[in-house]
Design a protein around this ligand. Structure first.
Ligand code: NDP
Length: 388
């Protein structure tokens, strides 16, 4: 029986993982589930899967949950400090999924590494802003890491644990979002509703806007650079409208391999939890039509100016990446509140990249979470002020 923990179990990734586990409930013992505010769903999950421990981060929701579970065997905790009370470093659990959204995902990701044999990370902010810290802890506690973001999961599968870096280049694909064919003249009038209409994936608002601006791919390139320890010139984005092909790796021996699967996060999630087993996933046959219509193109920085940000980031891991993630978070929020235009997102981000005050962060590696959080808050306020 695999012992597991799911951080962000009430979210889209968390629920997909629970749906996989539901099919073989007896093979798993869920030690911990977590949520922020959604106590109703968390309590339901905990009861259904017979979970002993839950963490609910929002204070009000914690108090309600505590009251509701007063006479239950389920232990309710409020913050991630409590991991020390739940887990034992000498008896590591088998698998943990880190699927909390946003910057708040970094702390629990760092906290669980010492208590788990394998950590699967979906949360992009953890990797972009905290990879330096995560990498150290993975090594220190001998914890195995599996990336869950679909492109990174594909690259990881193609590299097949190759630690020698026997490859020259990695290509990741982008659908091009809802504005792949929109006349450039119409960009200034893009509405919130238009920007939320992703052609292939059904996702939350924030990530849908990031797909429309291409910031999602900018983040994925930064993630890939860190996870696979390559230079930016070894990474390229290719537009691929039907999102069937996720990544291509060109190896040193002349071979190139690519990975295709349906646009369904179940596939990377399933393979992360059943890694190294011969467990079968019922899936569709190969989509010949999609293969015949790969239609790959290089990405155009006039349509997608956000990708120019990649020329502004230095090769070294630094706090500069945190600036970009935080500013983008704020800008997406302002766009969704109708306070700025769609085109402002990339334009302001490019301005932020050139603010002299931020230059020094290009050579500073994050030393702890406090440093990352302080910078996130500062950049958020600064970005807000730039948009008034
Ligand atoms: P959701 O927004 O659907 O779920 C987020 C989860 O995190 C929920 O359980 C939520 O709890 C919890 N949460 C949110 N804020 C906090 C907080 N402050 N403290 C503690 N818990 C919190 O996100 P997704 O499942 O879609 O994505 C999770 C991560 O995976 C993101 O970083 C995303 O970028 C990444 N990802 C997602 C993909 C997808 O297809 N969905 C694909 C690839 C990567 P509550 O329900 O109570 O709000």
């Amino acid at each position: 029986m695999k012992k597991i923990a799911i951080f962000g179990s009430t979210g889209s990734i968390g629920k997909s993982l629970l749906n996989i586990i539901k099919k073989d409930k007896k093979d798993f013992k869920i030690e911990l589930l977590t949520a922020n505010k959604n106590y109703k769903s968390l309590i339901k999950q905990a009861k259904f899967f017979d979970v002993k421990n839950i963490i609910i981060a929002d204070n009000n929701s914690f108090l309600i949950t505590k009251k509701l579970l007063k006479n239950s065997k389920i232990k309710v905790f409020k913050n991630f400090e409590s991991l020390n009370k739940i887990f034992n470093i000498n008896k590591k659990i088998d698998y943990s999924m880190c699927a909390i959204s946003g910057f708040q995902g970094l702390k629990p990701t760092l906290d669980i590494i010492k208590f788990t044999k394998t950590v699967a990370i979906a949360n992009k902010e953890s990797i972009i802003c905290g990879w330096n810290l995560i990498k150290k802890d993975l090594k220190r506690y001998k914890t195995y890491f599996i990336p869950v973001d679909s492109e990174h999961f594909s690259i990881w599968s193609l590299l097949n644990n190759d630690k020698k870096n026997n490859f020259e280049k990695i290509y990741i694909t982008a659908s091009g979002g809802p504005f792949r064919k929109l006349s450039l003249k119409k960009f200034k009038n893009i509405s919130i509703k238009d920007a939320l209409k992703h052609p292939n994936w059904s996702m939350g608002k924030k990530i849908s806007i990031d797909s429309a601006t291409m910031m999602n791919k900018v983040f994925e390139i930064i993630e890939a650079k860190k996870i696979f320890n390559v230079n930016y010139n070894q990474l390229e984005i290719l537009i691929h409208p039907n999102s069937y092909l996720h990544a291509i790796v060109k190896f040193n021996n002349g071979l190139s391999k690519f990975l295709v699967h349906d646009t369904n996060m179940i596939i990377p999630i399933f393979n992360s939890i059943y890694f190294n087993t011969d467990k079968k996933l019922r899936s569709k046959n190969i989509d010949i039509e999609a293969l015949n219509n790969l239609n790959l193109k290089t990405v155009d920085n006039i349509r997608y100016p956000a990708i120019k940000i990649l020329n502004n980031i230095g090769e070294k891991d630094s706090l500069f990446e945190t600036i970009i993630v935080s500013a983008n978070d704020k800008l997406v929020d302002l766009f969704l509140k109708n306070k700025i235009k769609f085109t402002d997102i990339a334009n302001i981000l490019l301005k932020i990249c050139n603010i002299p005050e931020f230059n020094k962060f290009r050579s500073i590696k994050p030393k702890n979470i406090g440093e990352i959080n302080d910078l996130v808050n500062y950049v958020s306020l600064k970005t807000d002020a730039m948009c008034v």
